[in-house]
Design a binder for this molecule. Structure first.
Ligand SMILES: Cc1cc2nc3c(=O)[nH]c(=O)nc-3n(C[C@H](O)[C@H](O)[C@H](O)COP(=O)(O)O)c2cc1C
Ligand code: SF4
Length: 449
């Protein structure tokens, strides 16, 4: 089930199966020559509220991890009050392990992202956009900075009115490089970081749309979410809805459109691909990645970033749509960047490695996360060494549950991600763990008479 026509990646030379060395950044001139910034012109011919309605109708679910519909989020903004600036923050932190898809767009087609940003600024009447980029993305930061300058020189951003004065409305775009912590990808940690503070997530509500950057109304969206707005304006919602899947449950939400899916792990050809939402994981692995490496059998896969938990051996055919969580006992689709494991994988080592990540990245504000993440890691190390008992497996499940299952246990979703990762690996691969622990003996005293 390959995509017949690339959409977000259509301008990227030789992508995805051609000669990778021929891949280069699409220049501003080339972008414009091939129809770029036409969607912005079209959006500027519409009223901002009409653009919001169109994006709402397209049900563009957030590509940063939570799958929340972008258009609906935009409607939470209060009306323009003239009391200060309104902001757009573009989340290019991309620190979720296994995730590499936003950087593809920045690397090769930064103007697609900038066009999506400009359309969003117009639709939501946002004055300043901050492009928040992962600290380690040195090359991508330079590419995006250059593209922002080109867009400003072309009158897309800047004080002359958007699109060389086509409308009076003006927007500015700035690049902000993260100091480098996973937690700065959480939307309110990101706001704190841009404000120059420690990237500690905020208690919500209020949500950023109401009180965000510098206390002003703010929209936070992922890079890929904003890029997807461009083809929707160009080709309409009916076309967009012809790709992807309808809601799998009555009253549920659809997963329309394509998705960038970065596949890593034990496959023949790891890489980032654009695929229709709803593609089976097995089709993604076989049709795009050339199958399992060395002809080995599939054992499991992290669904889309380690926070989402794991798909079991019998879930290779899971449909990669935003409702994967409700059908396959994972948290969700996340970033749709699966890490695939073959039959030889040591799941205890996988769990221990993931737990180490969460322990290191917990910001420490909430006790269940700060203490629980370190405790889980220690117990998993014990299991890996062969020093644990079966009771420790139950302890791990209890610790994980205390970190995430109850709503409001912690300030942000990092702890819940830790819970889902550890709990699903242990429950779906329990025999791997049981082989490594000692049974807990209960001494029986027999009296000799
Ligand atoms: C611990 C944590 C890390 C996150 N990291 C990212 C990230 O790197 N990039 C991203 O787009 N969203 C990340 N998110 C999700 C954001 O909080 C937010 O939901 C997202 O940027 C909204 O954009 P979207 O609706 O377009 O997906 C993270 C969330 C959590 C809890
Ligand atoms: S859940 Fe963890 S990472 Fe998130 S705010 Fe609390 S301590 Fe920090």
């Amino acid at each position: 089930m390959r995509l017949t026509e690339p959409i977000l990646t259509k301008r990227i030379p030789s992508f995805p199966f051609g000669d990778a060395s021929a891949r280069r950044t699409v220049s501003f001139d080339e972008y414009v020559r091939t129809g770029g910034y036409k969607a912005l012109e079209r959006a500027l011919d519409m009223q901002p509220a009409e653009v919001v309605e169109l994006v709402k109708d397209a049900c563009v679910r957030g590509r940063g991890g939570a799958g929340f519909p972008a258009g609906l989020k935009w409607t939470f903004l209060p009306a323009v009050d003239g009391k200060g600036l309104r902001y757009l923050c573009i989340n290019c932190d991309e620190a979720e392990p296994g995730t590499f898809k936003d950087r593809l767009l920045v690397d090769f087609d930064p103007h697609l992202v900038l066009e999506g940003i400009a359309i969003t600024c117009w639709a939501c009447q946002l004055d300043v956009a901050y492009f928040f980029i992962r600290g380690e993305y040195h090359h991508q930061a330079a590419v995006m900075q250059r593209a922002i300058e080109e867009a400003r020189a072309a009158g897309i951003f800047g004080s002359s009115g958007m699109m060389r004065g086509k409308v009076k409305f003006t927007a500015e775009c700035h690049l902000h490089r993260s100091a480098g912590a996973y937690i700065c990808g959480e939307e309110t940690g990101l706001l704190e970081a841009i404000e120059g503070k420690r990237g500690w997530p905020r208690v919500k509500p209020p949500f950023p749309a109401v009180k965000g950057l510098f206390g002003r109304p703010t929209i936070v969206n992922n890079v890929e979410t904003l890029a997807a707005i461009v083809p929707i304006i160009e080709r309409g919602t009916a076309w967009w809805k012809s790709i992807g899947t309808a809601a799998p449950f009555p009253g549920g939400m659809p997963s329309w459109g394509t998705k960038l899916m970065g596949v890593s792990g034990h496959v023949v050809r790891p890489g980032c691909f654009e695929a229709p939402l709803g593609i089976k994981l097995s089709d993604l692995v076989n049709d795009y990645c050339g199958g399992m490496r060395g002809g080995k059998r599939f054992k499991g896969a992290i669904a889309g970033g380690v926070s989402m938990g794991i798909l079991g051996t019998d879930q290779f055919d899971a449909e990669m749509d935003f409702d994967i969580g409700r059908r396959y006992d994972v948290l969700g689709l996340g970033t749709a960047c699966p890490t695939v494991f073959d039959e030889d994988t040591d799941m205890v080592a996988v769990a221990r490695n993931i737990a180490r990540f969460f322990k290191n990245e917990s910001c420490g504000q909430c006790t269940p996360c700060r203490e629980g993440s370190g405790w889980i890691y220690k117990v998993l190390c014990r299991v890996e060494r062969g020093d644990a008992t079966t009771a420790d497996l139950d302890l791990l499940l209890e610790l994980a549950a205390s970190m995430g299952l109850g709503p409001g246990t912690t300030i942000c979703g990092l702890a819940d991600g830790n819970n889902w990762a550890v709990r699903t690996i242990i429950t779906k691969f329990r025999t791997d763990f049981e082989k490594r622990v000692k049974p807990r003996f209960i001494p029986i005293h027999v009296s000799a008479r």
